[in-house]
Design a protein around this ligand. Structure first.
Ligand code: 5CA
Ligand code: ZN
Length: 421
């Protein structure tokens, strides 16, 4: 697939200036769902990262933000280690949830998608998330997605379901002989999650309930794209497989998203990619962020229990405080958003700013080392933030004589945590 031409990607958001720090930290270790362990990442000069993007049918909530902030830290740590990070993110700008929401609100699905994607970009920019190099919508990637489906069909990894009216194309999950390696779930759990998360285990005419949709033949009134497969639209997982393969190649360093993507999305995406390339594993790490909840439930568009980044911004909340609040918990732990969390973050940020505004402070080399060490340890942000608290406390209570320290602390927080004092 490499070398397939694709038209211009969407415009991502504004670039972020990242200060360079002297010295170097330890190699980044990250949790990998496929092995269930925290393992060293080992990218080459170029680090290849694919993080699943939004389905733009509603505004960015704090759960999305937390997930993108976690991978922003991966980006920052790898850059700090001297890697050139090739970061790709998609936008699922055509899929059932988008069509359902547009129908519910009598909105145009294209307009809805464009509006929410624009808002997402603004939110990411406000949070100073380093933008991806390629930001790609499913719609603009349609030709390459259809091409991948055609090749999977030709190789026998995919088949048409036994339905003369709608002979949709499905992936044969038994193709690689490894289905399940990424998420490590038993079949009953896979079946349950497949049904809960956009799959169609009961579709008649499939060979196996866990076979995933690759190409849905056009139904009356649904958007459709012409292709050699016949008019239709793609399934969800193959969208990410095609976009990642064509821009990053057959072997990437990290495939990331929230924990609700571990199955079936990343399992199926990896299986599609591996069936096509014959190479295993598709990703060195499959890394998943925990779920942010509100009032005891996962924050989700379908539940409607949302706190929007854009709403907080409109209320005048400093995006740096949102960052600190979300990074106060470990990225892998499911955690609740509360008003207290934001208050604490604001107070913390104010104290850090006060300390960093002093003409001199305690030497900060040790703080830089601690930040690097904690982040390299599976993004241990609670400890990284505690190290900043300790430096700020010493600066404010005992003062210090190092005139370069406040500037170094500002640069280190900016570069490694994306927090601007
Ligand atoms: N477009 C697909 C991925 S290809 C998608 O899942 N879109 S999404 O808009 O539903 O989610 C975007 C990202 O936010 C995903 O990585 C998802 O796992 C993550 N996410 C969604 N809800 C939460 C939450 N409550 N807490 C943390 N992350 C979340
Ligand atoms: Zn995806």
């Amino acid at each position: 697939m490499r070398g397939v031409s694709y038209c211009g990607d969407m415009q991502p958001w504004a670039p972020v200036d990242v200060p360079r720090l002297a010295g170097e930290g330890p190699a980044l270790r990250l949790h990998d769902t496929s092995t269930g362990r925290v393992r060293p990442t080992a990218p080459g000069r170029e680090a290849l990262m694919y993080v699943c993007g939004i389905t733009p049918y509603d505004a960015t909530h704090l759960g999305h933000a937390a997930t993108y902030l976690a991978f922003d830290l991966v980006n920052r740590v790898w850059r700090d280690l001297g890697h050139d990070v090739h970061y790709v993110q998609n936008v699922t700008d055509i899929d059932d949830p988008l069509l359902e929401r547009a129908a519910r609100d009598q909105d145009d699905w294209v307009v809805l998608g464009m509006r929410e994607t624009a808002l997402f970009r603004e939110d990411m920019e406000a949070l100073r998330v380093i933008p991806p190099r390629h930001y790609v919508g499913a719609v603009e990637a349609m030709a390459e997605i259809a091409e991948l489906v055609g090749k999977l069909l030709a190789s026998g990894a995919a088949y048409r379901c036994d339905d003369p009216e709608f002979p949709d194309v499905y992936f044969d999950a038994s193709t690689t002989g490894r289905f399940g390696y990424e998420s490590n779930l038993d079949e009953a759990t896979m079946l349950r999650l497949f049904a809960e998360r956009g799959g169609d285990p009961d579709r008649a005419g499939k060979r196996h309930p866990l076979d995933a949709l690759l190409w849905r033949m056009a139904r009356e009134g649904e958007p459709r794209w012409e292709s050699d497969l016949g008019p239709g639209r793609p399934g969800w997982h193959v969208e990410c497989a095609a976009i990642a393969l064509n821009r990053l190649g057959p072997r990437i360093d990290l495939n990331g998203g929230g924990s609700d993507l571990a199955f079936p999305h990343h399992e199926c995406g990896a299986a599609h990619a591996e069936a096509f390339t014959g190479q295993h594993p598709f990703a060195g790490h499959y890394t998943h962020a925990g779920m942010i909840g509100l009032d005891g439930e996962k924050m989700s568009k379908s539940r409607g229990n949302l706190v929007f980044v854009s709403k907080l911004r409109a209320e005048g909340v400093d995006p740096n405080a949102i960052r600190v609040a979300l990074l106060a918990g470990h990225y892998r732990s499911d955690r609740a958003w509360t008003a207290d969390l934001l208050d604490t973050a604001q107070a913390r940020l104010a104290r850090w700013r006060e300390a960093a505004a002093l003409p001199a402070g305690p030497a900060a080399d040790d703080l830089v080392l601690r930040l690097r060490t904690h982040l390299a340890d599976d993004l241990d942000t609670p400890r990284a933030l505690a190290a900043v608290d300790a430096w700020a406390a010493e600066a404010l209570e005992r003062r210090g004589t190092d005139g370069a320290a406040p500037g170094l602390v500002r640069d280190a927080l900016d570069a490694l945590l994306g927090v601007r004092l």
